[in-house]
Design a protein around this ligand. Sequence first.
Ligand code: BES
Ligand code: MN
Ligand code: MN
Length: 464
Amino acid sequence: MIDTVLIWIEKNSRRWLHDLQQWLSIPSVSTDPAHADDLQAAAEWAQFYLRSAGMEASLIPTARHPCVLATTPEGMYPDSAPHIVIYGHYDVQPPDPLDAWKSPPFSPTINRGQIIARGASDDKGQTFCHLAALLAWREISQQFPLRVTVLLEGEEEIGSPNLPAVIRELKPQLADASALVISDSAQFAPGIPAITSGLRGLIYYQITLTGPNRDLHSGVYGGAVANPATALCEMIGRLHDSSGRVTIPGFYDRVVSVDAELRRQWSKLPFSDQLFAQDIGVNKLYGEVGYSTLERRWCRPTLEVNGLTSGFQGPGAKTIIPATASAKISMRLVPDQKPDEIVVAFEAYLKSMLPDGITMKCELFGASPAVVTATDSPAIAAAINAARIGLGAEPVIIREGGSIPVVNWFRQELGLESVLLGFGLPDDNLHSPNEKLDLDCFYGGIRSSALLLDEMSRAFAPIK
Ligand code: BES
Ligand code: MN
Ligand code: MN
């Protein structure tokens, strides 16, 4: 049967592309209240698509953007077949800066074997691979090879504030699931599929310093009052030392060093610092002394300034001491750092550096730990087989530096382990202008998903 499904996928290649383009045309920017209706529309689009694959699909409303839940009706999977859950997110990052796009972000454009649009890779394009595979199975066979539940959310890019409650509510329905499949990462390189076995955690802050009660003339007041912009820069400047290490007291206390064998395996992956640097347009890479680029990104914790705002930003000059300065600061965590401890240590450290005459507000937007998944499970073996055939090469086991907090919530709430099988590529421009998905990855992703359903139907003990 799987062979016929793969042929059907091939036959319908234009149709899949057309359908994805339709979904990508809906500007489902979750952080922007002006797009709330578009989130609803994108959710409904997925709901109807899943219905056309024979699934029972509904929207779960939340305080902000709905989840899409689709289940396989009884009779549409073999009795005693295992149950898997597929998770994806249909929300996207804001497209700005708009003038850096070569084609409009919500007018999906095909160019040189790539589909270019916001969400093409993160995560509508990769999620759609599963939707298309389900539809292909349905059209070829009366049954899926196993029982599938699809759960899509519309708040991933804003930290999934309402997903934990939804997961808790679905607990009874998902209790017998054997695996959670997530395609929201990437292959290692073109032609090298990857299973991701670890992700970093994330802590995100907005720090606001306030000095005088209004912007002041910098000649009249300069020298007599602390400048919040200067203070903020000084504080930020002290967050790293000269060897690229974060200076927050205790930051590294619980960091687990990766064992030599794993480091050795990583060092054999075909990775070029030079090409990596070239792609992002820097003449030299930078990071914590003593670690390779892959190690710096996959298993070392970091702190980054994501945004910095203060004072006069218009054209020309204006002589002021700004009343406030603010920064968005995030940290990527690795095992076994505890978000709660880092949060306390970070705020205390900032406080200790705060000059007289300035007050500080620390707003915490989210804190989630790193995850590492087992690599010797039947679910991972199924994914390796699916990716080998679907993407045409032997997959490697990697980690990623990005964060997917839901992996941890599913583990905690349901004891459900994730299979992170990404179809995109490292240069897909996630969160950047000109986000894209290679058509090879797209079609390979659909094939891999169809194969994964087949492989997983045999991977687990039958359900009584
Ligand atoms: N899909 C990404 C995470 C990702 C990117 C994993 C690349 C592996 C490789 C996800 O949509 C994302 O952007 N996550 C955010 C965190 C979230 C809480 C806003 C991130 O990592 O910054
Ligand atoms: Mn994503
Ligand atoms: Mn993202």
